[in-house]
Design a protein around this ligand. Structure first.
Ligand code: FE
Length: 280
């Protein structure tokens, strides 16, 4: 077993998106090939509802999956075909946009909104798959409480504790709460692209203190080790998946393989025909 090297640190940058949602953008256009198949990561952390209640009114998606995970908070979700749902504290929604969806995501006021939205690319063969929702409730998330840490398994598995199996890219998604000054080792497939995102508190990786809201991308190896600073807790998200190694053509909420496909998607949005299937 070899500890993975660190390839890159990405500090989140404050940004405003949707109708005026203050968030921290961590991954985006500049990181797509390094983090393949993870396209985008937005982090939400606010105790002031004015930072987020404007939400994300009706907008399209095609060619990706959006994974929303809330440690705390509440988001109302609705699509143009009348599907409605809520994402609550401790839950996740894995939405396959596939061939196309028009939806809105509206956070509700809460004591604290703490969570992320991650975009996972769809492989070329699945870009135009039927859209679908995968609502992951608390009881579907595996949980392992140990002396050093509590690990929640949203997808994939950790030491035999399982979460859901994704429909497309087989990403492992863990939420790891490290107790004060504790350490953890997590195993990954050597061929995977693996990163962690420090959602709450600093952490130590390869002897270096990494600040909250930073992503750490790992290189070669099959194990990552993370420690909480002396006397402090640390919470991070762990993501790992095999890269797609396909060309990426990204325009706003639509991510295809070629410029042609992207142009076609925007033409369909403008002139009709964007929605191919009713989501299930
Ligand atoms: Fe969206």
């Amino acid at each position: 077993m070899t500890e993975k090297t660190v390839k890159k640190f990405i500090s989140g940058i404050p940004a405003v998106d949707g109708a005026g949602v203050h968030l921290v953008r961590v991954l985006g256009h500049d990181t797509v090939y390094d983090f393949d198949p993870f396209l985008m990561l937005d982090s939400f952390d606010s105790t002031d509802p004015r930072d987020y209640v404007a939400g994300f009114p009706k907008h399209p998606h095609r060619g990706i999956e959006t994974v929303t995970y809330l440690i705390s908070g509440e988001i109302d979700h609705e699509d143009s075909l009348g599907n409605k749902g809520k994402i609550l504290s401790g839950q996740s929604q894995w939405m396959t946009a596939g061939s196309g969806i028009l939806h809105q995501e509206m956070p509700r006021p809460a004591d604290r909104m703490l969570g992320v939205q991650l975009w996972i690319n769809l492989p070329r063969k699945d870009k135009m798959t039927e859209p679908k929702y995968f609502d992951i409730t608390g009881d579907m998330i595996g949980k392992m409480i140990m002396d050093n840490a509590t690990v929640r398994v949203i997808s994939g598995n950790y030491e035999g504790v399982t979460g859901v199996s994704p429909h497309h890219v087989q990403a492992t998604f863990l939420d790891v709460e490290l107790n004060k000054g504790s350490s953890i080792s997590l195993y990954t497939k050597p061929e995977d692209n693996t990163f962690i995102f420090l959602i709450e508190g600093d952490a130590i990786v390869h002897g270096k203190t990494i600040r909250e809201k930073t992503a750490v991308l790992f290189g070669k190896g099959d194990r990552v080790a993370v420690s909480a600073p002396e006397g402090k807790k640390s919470r991070f998200l762990f993501l790992s998946a095999e890269p797609l190694n396909e060309p990426i053509s990204w325009g706003g909420p639509i991510v295809m393989n070629t410029e042609e496909e992207l142009r076609y998607a925007f033409e369909e949005l403008r002139y009709g025909g964007f929605i191919k299937h009713a989501p299930v």
